[in-house]
Design a protein. Structure first.
Length: 94
């Protein structure tokens, strides 16, 4: 298994490695907020959290941007924000 870490690929953009072969990127907006582009395959959450902690310890994500294959150049399919999490949890666990 690849150790989770982040490679700076452009100013304010990191590729999070070790997320089970998926393209997961962390982007820092001009205002300093963090956005995750895709989430990798099921089971990638621990690797993503470790890589995030290496880039921005203790800083929360503002949103997750969803694309079809995780490429930052792809069309946006959806956005998940903190406000969406209770509804998602209810749909999955309810």
């Amino acid at each position: 298994m690849t150790t989770p870490h982040a490679d700076l690929v452009a100013p304010g953009t990191w590729w999070l490695r070790g997320t089970r072969g998926a393209n997961v990127y962390l982007v820092e907006a001009d205002d300093g907020s963090l956005v995750l582009v895709d989430t990798g395959f099921r089971g990638s959450e621990a690797a993503i959290l470790r890589a995030l902690d290496g880039v921005a310890p203790g800083k929360p994500l503002e949103a997750i941007l969803l694309t079809e294959n995780g490429e930052v150049s792809e069309r946006l399919l959806g956005i998940i924000t903190l406000w969406d999490l209770p509804q998602i949890y209810e749909a999955v666990e309810g």
